[in-house]
Design a binder for this molecule. Structure first.
Ligand code: GLN
Length: 263
């Protein structure tokens, strides 16, 4: 059995659990166990983890109060277990985020990116666009991507260790604490851009809305780096379980090959 946790401190965790179940409806019941994670003990049981959408500042405050921040960082960056963050979850998995209240937010990190929170501004707090996701297959129909006060990945960062020095010092920029170099030895893979919101999709999304022109050029809305996946949008708020199914297949393959090498 593989145990998949959904961080359940705040936000759309229930929806993720529902969609994970939907994605595995055909699987034998013993194969998957989906649990809500609120404590370090629950986290320790997990083979993989989902961080839901919601409000990232609140989520990190509750995580800190629940003594989950360090265990979460270890989960992602030391044990390198598969972790997927959606929206607020993506923010928490970024090494750097701006538009954060000074001193207000702790990040988990794992993705060498800087995210821009609430990228689409207040006027366009939420929209849905059909998004082409190549990783779902050549013939896959566009995914109904729901954006709610969504972040985008505004910059791919050079490898981790350099971030704190190389980043321009913006007052609002927060940075996830770095790990000792030895933990990072095997995490050198670069960030892979999986999807951008561009062209027609961006125009559709922003029609009639007061929004920065850069939004139309192509905002990065899905990235992967090694064991970590991040999406700006909320697949958990649709009935479409394709991304969940795809991610679970990767989790399964990853865990199986890891177990083989450990044998
Ligand atoms: N804007 C939220 C934040 O900064 C994220 C929104 C969401 O998860 N839908 O945390």
């Amino acid at each position: 059995t593989l145990t998949i946790g959904v961080l359940a401190l705040q936000g759309a965790f229930h929806e993720h659990v529902q969609l994970l179940k939907k994605a595995t409806e055909q699987a034998p019941p013993s194969e998957w166990d989906f649990i809500e994670v609120r404590t370090p003990q629950e986290l320790a049981r997990c083979d993989a983890l989902v961080l839901p959408g919601g409000e990232s500042t609140t989520m990190s405050l509750v995580a800190a109060r629940s003594d989950l921040l360090e265990p979460l960082r270890d989960f992602v960056k030391v044990h390198r277990k598969p972790t997927w963050g959606t929206c607020a979850g993506l923010i928490l998995l970024a090494e750097s985020a701006n538009r954060t209240k000074k001193g207000g937010q702790e990040l988990i990190g794992g993705l060498d990116v800087r995210v821009n929170r609430n990228h689409f501004g207040r006027q366009a707090e939420s929209f849905q666009v059909p998004l082409d996701l190549a990783f779902l297959g050549q013939d896959a129909s566009p995914f109904p991507a729901v954006f709610i006060r969504a972040p985008v990945v505004e910059r791919l960062l050079p490898h981790h260790e350099g971030i704190q020095v190389e980043e321009e010092k913006r007052e609002e920029t927060v940075v996830a604490p770095s790990r000792p170099a030895k933990d990072l030895a095997t995490t050198a893979s670069n960030v892979e851009v999986l999807a951008t919101l561009s062209g027609q999709a961006a125009r559709l999304a922003t029609q009639g809305r007061d929004i920065s022109p850069e939004a139309e050029v192509g905002d990065v809305v899905a990235v992967r780096q090694g064991n970590v996946l991040g999406t700006s949008f909320h697949p958990e708020l649709t009935g479409d379980a394709r991304i969940h199914a795809w991610w679970l297949r990767q989790v399964q393959e990853g865990v199986q090959s890891k177990r083989k090498t450990e044998q």
